[in-house]
Structure formats: C-alpha cells, structure tokens
Design a protein around this ligand. Structure first.
Ligand code: LLP
Length: 401
C-alpha cells in the first residue's frame, strides 16, 4: 500500500482500512463454519465507520451491537434487521423499546432485572420480544484482564442456574420468546481450550433446556478470536469452528459468531507524521502528530502495535519512545522501539490499528478526530472527514451565557 501518497493526499493523523483484507478474513471465518447454518454478526464496536459496516453488510454479514446507536448504524448501513443483535449489560428503556420496534433478531439479555424490563416494555408495545440470555460460564480466557468477560468476577452475563430461571420465565411469558443463548468469554483470545470448555458448558445447557421443552434456534458464540500484533500464535478459524461444532453434536441449531478484531484489526493502519526528534538525557523520543486520543490501546492496555518508519534515512537504529502531543505521560504508541534517526514529516505507520482504534478515540485536549480512508481494489476513498474546530464546539458555542 502506498502510505506516503495517501498521507500526502489526506494528511495525518489518518486511519487507512484495507477493505479487501476485511473481505478475506470474513470469508475465511464464514467458510470455517460451512458445515452448518451460521450467521456472522460483525461486532460493530471494533470499527463502526458506516462504510466499514456497509462493507460487511454487502458480504451478507449481520451485526452485533452494544448500543442503540450501533443498531442504528447497522440498519443505516444496510444490515438486514433479522441479522441484528443487541447486547450489553446496561440497556436503557428507550434502547430496549427501539430495539423491539426495529424487529431485530433478538436482544441479548444480561440479567434477571433486565429481562423484567424487556418483558414490561414489550407488553406496553403489545409485541413479543425475541431474546437470548448471555451465560457467564466462569471460564478464564487467559487474556488481558480488561478484555476478559467470562468469569463471575466480570460484570457480564448470568450464572447457569439464573439463566435457567430466566428461560423458564421467558417461556411462560406472552411477551417474550426465548430463541437464543449467548456467551463471550473475552477478546484477543489465542488459546482454544477455554473457548471449547465454555462452548461445552453452554451446549449442555441447550440440551437441558430442550429436555424441558425450550427449543433454542441460535447458539451465539460471541467474538474474541485473537490476531497477530507481534509474534503471538493465534487460533485458526478452522480449528475454532471444529471445536465449537464438536460441542453441538445432535443439536439442530444455527451458530452465530460475533467477530470484531479478527475482521478489522490487521486491515487497519494508523498514519502519523514525525514532528520532532528529542533527547532527554539518555532517553530518545520521537514526537509525532497523532496521539492517545486517536489510538488509545497502547496507553490503555500497554498494547503492542508494530511501527514502521517510512524515511530516506537508512542509517543505524536506536531505541526511542514514540509519543504524541497530549499532556499525559501515558501518551505513547511504543516504548523502546528500534528506529533510525527521523526527520520532520517522515511517516510512521502504526500497524494492526483497524480494531478498537478510531472508535475508542476522543477529543481530549481539544484535538480533532482524524479522518478515515478505505482502500478497495487499489482505489482510495475518504470514508470520514477530518473533524474541525467548529465541529468540536458546535454543541457549546450557543450556550456561552
Ligand atoms: N461480542 C461481545 C459480546 C463482545 O463483548 C465483544 C467485544 C465482541 C463480540 C467482539 O470481540 P472481538 O472479536 O473483537 O474480540 N477495546 C479492547 C477490546 C474490547 C472488546 C469488547 N468486547 C481492545 O482494544 O483490545
């Protein structure tokens, strides 16, 4: 990819997405589940740009959404309502109402209290709400604690016994239709065993519900497939699918998968230009025009992102911290990164930035969010304009008092 030309045309900081890579990843995963009915419900939170969501919709994908805003994005991007799921531990009444009215596939319910709200709102609307219960199988996914979700210590889902009570309540309600079961034990998973174990527990639950006449149609395995940021070994989609399908023997149930990072992570690049080289005693810093407000993962999780320098200097490399202009010591993209001496306006490409990059950005320090471009079949297209100062103050400027 010609990052230099793209950066010169669209300026930096900039996100660039390779839509062809996203297609390849999507097809790999879909193909892995070929042996059975399946829906890929793209996890919109990983990259919610409308054009990206539309790209997946065009491939036939559904959408896993965690706010009504995401549901609206998915529908606006052309995802079929019957492939849209609404998950999350804290849906408010307005969100539940709109989800029921939009006639999406189902709401993933995460507590008994929430099931009560959904029933009440469905009753007010005179409708039946399709639901699925998110089960917390109490399995350690062995990932970063901030992105682990399948342990009782985490706020997500309900225990098996509680889930069973919820299904019985739903079955006996005129306004609820229990159609699915859901689990998601964490993100950036690189070990298959915990996924398999969780799937076994949840599949057993499907069988025990079947025994009491509760027939589920959807087995929603969440997302979580890890990608390679550095040299970690990852799970092959085929092995993933085989492990899950192995737990479903004898069950006539559609698999729903909610992949995010696997589809978008390595399709995205964050481009930033060098402002200055700077030495504080022994310590070398490369100061760039992008910052933690653009890409928060290094600051937030100490996450590793490979950095590639595009420069005419091919001399000796030395270690440097790559830092942004935000007034926080945690504003860095890399620590002790081996880089040649860099010049003003040299370009740095931050790899694996397509998932949880732009979407976790902010306007901290009154910095405009960067632009986003997509590349497909060699063609580059702007898919989000760079924010302006006027955009940033638009909701405040008439309220000065
Ligand atoms: N389904 C559910 C219910 C989820 O909570 C998530 C992610 C996904 C699907 C998609 O997971 P994926 O396939 O992308 O791993 N900001 C963090 C990641 C947070 C993930 C939250 N849930 C990061 O930058 O690593």
């Amino acid at each position: 990819m010609d990052f230099k030309t793209i950066a010169n045309e669209y300026k930096t900081p900039l996100y660039v997405y390779d839509l062809d890579h996203m297609t390849k990843q999507y097809e790999k995963l879909k193909e892995a589940f070929r042996g059975r009915k399946s829906i890929m419900a793209y996890a919109v939170k990983s990259n919610s740009n409308l054009s990206v969501v539309k790209h997946f919709a065009d491939l036939g994908s559904g959408a896993d959404c965690v706010s009504i805003g995401e549901v609206r994005r998915a529908l606006a991007a052309g995802v079929a309502p019957y492939k849209v799921l609404f998950s999350g531990v804290g849906k408010n009444d307005d969100e539940i109402r709109e989800a029921i009215e939009s006639d999406i596939l189902y709401i993933n319910v995460e507590s008994e209290a929430e099931l009560g709200r959904v029933e009440l709102i469905a009753k007010e609307l005179g409708k039946v709400s399709r639901i699925s219960v998110r089960v917390n199988p109490n399995i350690d996914p062995k990932t970063h604690p901030y992105i682990s979700t399948g342990l009782h210590d985490n706020k997500f889902g309900v225990e098996i016994d509680v889930a069973k009570r919820m299904y019985i309540k739903a079955k006996n309600s005129e306004f609820l239709d229990p159609v699915g079961i859901h689990f998601h034990i964490g993100s950036q998973l690189t070990d298959l065993k915990p996924i398999y174990e969780a799937s076994e527990i949840v599949a057993d639950m499907v069988r025990s519900l079947h025994a009491i006449d509760i027939e589920l149609k959807f087995f929603d395995i969440g997302g979580g497939l890890g990608i390679q940021y550095d040299d970690e070994s990852t799970i092959e989609p085929y092995d993933y699918a085989q492990a899950i399908l192995g737990t479903l023997k004898g069950l006539d149930i559609t698999v729903i998968c909610e992949p995010g990072r696997f589809l978008t992570g390595n399709a995205g690049y964050f481009l930033t230009k060098v402002l200055y080289e700077k030495q504080n005693g022994e310590k070398r810093f490369v100061v760039v025009d992008g910052a933690m407000n653009d890409l928060a993962r290094p600051s937030l999780y100490n996450a590793y992102h490979r950095i590639e320098a595009i420069t005419d200097n091919d001399g000796e490399v030395s270690k440097a911290d790559v830092v942004g202009p935000v007034c926080e010591s945690s504003d860095f993209f890399a620590k002790d990164c081996e880089l040649p001496m860099l010049e003003h306006n040299d370009l740095l490409v931050v790899h694996s930035a397509g998932a949880y990059g732009f979407g976790m950005g902010s306007n901290y320090n009154t910095r405009n969010r960067s632009a986003e471009v997509a590349v497909k079949g060699g063609e580059v297209r702007l898919i989000r304009k760079r924010e302006t100062y006027e955009d940033l103050i638009a909701l405040e400027k008439d309220l000065l008092g």
